[in-house]
Design a binder for this molecule. Structure first.
Ligand SMILES: [Zn+2]
Length: 502
């Protein structure tokens, strides 16, 4: 039996998001749609039964007879940089608590892998560097990372092993935690460090093109499964988070095992598979106007809703979740039985609650983040439904979690209704609509501020899914992004122009 300290700090940083949307200490303390920051034994209850990596890790490590020592776990909604104050405060707590925990045999960290702070471009690498410094060279430090992790030399060098999610939508978080726990169990039992190999892929993949339900990623993940096993204890493919402008941005293949040659061969084979399918990662998207037009045509004869993914305002990618381009296109084209989720506008939610259900209010909705081409959307709205923002998730990604989003409202204008909330959260769960009395399957058009995660809960009912581009901070066409820190020689999109470095 080993004594394993467990901690987690999660942030996915969109360095292109407005500086007014940074992740400060309060964002970590509250957690947004995820559990609030927890420290010490309350962590067990905070994450129990959830589809979180740390939850799966706890279950598996305890099932194998280990003592787990909870340090600290927190998550901030994706946004611009994590502030120096937030990082240093929370990292300070984490390592203080580790020091106070007494002797431990191993450390597990539940990280995202794409955190950029005001003072470190590689926030996760810095955490792992401090972890290694705290526990010394010999102790096993295993970490889980997101499918969107941007793997760096500091992460590889300081972690004994990293384990990445294998799904996007991320339905396998808890399973990844269990997998990491099994690996850590083996490493501690045998008192050894595994051999590792890793390779960066020389082109950037836009988030909507990374989905594991679609090609080419679906078959790449199947090949990963086939290559893993025997002397190859773990293999990962992380396409990366393209909205973080950092030196090491881009996909990575990495693996660990008992035999150096076997690990190197598996990593090379998987990397060559990814590189060989570069053209298939190219994006297919429409303008918001064309998307709405096509959705209205399809919806007129289809049985299920057409879903419009408002990908460039996905708060899960650091979008401000208040852009109005898709709303404008829906209203201007006279869409009916259409609903858009979720507009982050606390002021509108508050005014709707003051006015009451059935009231009519004049609002300039959303559009307050100063994004070029975006503006508030003025209209007379009917307050169709109010909610307190407390509801359960039953979707595959967030199952078992209770949302606490604060006052919410369903506002209608013409045939279009908008879900408004004072808390930013990605529209990936049907519960967000059901909470306000909207039956998703009965809609003709559903606009969602999400890139891929919504597919886990919505794809089955959809008659079609279209990715649409309205002004927002999560630029889908990565060749248009103004990368400044990327290392030289990386293609900015599949088969696209090459970065000059800088
Ligand atoms: Zn992710």
């Amino acid at each position: 039996m080993a004594r394993i300290a467990v901690g987690g700090i999660h942030h996915e940083t969109n360095t292109f998001a407005p500086a007014s949307h940074k992740a400060d200490l309060d964002d970590y303390l509250k957690g947004g749609a995820y559990p609030a920051l927890s420290r010490g034994p309350v962590m067990f209850d905070a994450v129990d039964g959830m589809n979180l990596t740390v939850s799966g890790f706890f279950d598996e490590a305890r099932a194998r007879g280990h003592e787990v020592v909870p340090l600290l776990w927190c998550h901030a909604t994706p946004s611009a940089h994590t502030t120096e104050r937030a990082f240093e405060t929370i990292a300070g707590w984490l390592f203080d608590d580790l020091a106070a925990a007494g002797p431990v045999d191993a450390l597990f960290l539940d990280l995202h892998g794409a955190m950029v702070t005001e003072h470190f471009d590689d926030g996760d690498g810095e955490l792992l560097r401090r972890a290694r410094a705290a526990v010394g060279d010999r102790m096993a430090v295993v970490s889980s990372v997101d499918f969107h992790a941007i793997v760096t030399p500091a992460m590889m060098e300081n972690a004994t092993a990293l384990h990445a999610l294998r799904t996007y939508p991320h339905v396998d978080r808890a399973e990844t935690g269990r997998r990491a726990a099994r690996h850590l169990h083996d490493l501690v039992r045998d008192d050894r460090a595994p051999f590792r190999a890793w390779r960066k892929i020389p082109f950037i993949i836009s988030a909507p093109c990374q989905c594991t339900l679609a090609e080419p990623t679906r078959s790449i993940m199947a090949i990963l499964d086939d290559l893993e096993g025997g002397d190859v204890e773990s293999l990962s493919f992380t396409p990366g988070f393209p909205s973080a402008d950092v030196h090491d941005l881009g996909p990575t293949v990495f693996g660990y095992g008992r035999d150096r040659a076997a690990v190197e061969a598996a990593v090379a084979a998987l990397a060559e598979e990814v590189e060989g399918r570069e053209a298939e990662f190219a994006g297919a998207w429409l303008s918001a106007e064309d998307g709405v037009r096509r959705a209205m045509q399809t919806a007129a004869r289809a049985s299920g809703p057409v879903i419009l993914a408002d990908t460039q305002d996905n708060p899960g990618g650091g979008g401000t979740s208040d852009t109005t381009g898709l709303l404008k296109a829906l209203v201007e084209q006279g869409a009916t039985d259409a609903v858009l989720a979720m507009m982050f506008d606390g002021d509108a939610a508050r005014r709707a609650h003051e006015a009451g259900e059935g009231a009519e209010i004049e609002l300039a909705l959303g559009g307050r983040s100063g994004i070029p081409g975006d503006a508030p959307f003025p209209a007379r709205f009917t307050v169709e439904r109010l909610g307190d923002g407390n509801f359960e998730s039953h979707g595959p990604m967030m199952a078992g979690m209770t949302y606490h989003l604060g006052p919410m409202a369903l506002l209608g204008t013409g045939g279009v209704r908008v879900v408004v909330s004072g808390t930013k959260a990605q529209a990936l769960d049907q519960g967000i609509l059901r909470h306000l009395g909207v039956d998703p399957a009965a809609q003709k058009i559903i606009g969602l501020k999400s890139s891929v995660h919504f597919r886990a809960d919505f794809a089955e009912m959809a008659s079609d899914i279209l990715v649409v581009l309205a002004p927002g901070t999560v630029i889908a066409d990565t060749s248009l992004k103004d990368y400044r820190k990327l290392r030289p020689g990386v293609r900015l999109a599949p088969l696209g122009p090459v970065s000059g470095g800088g």
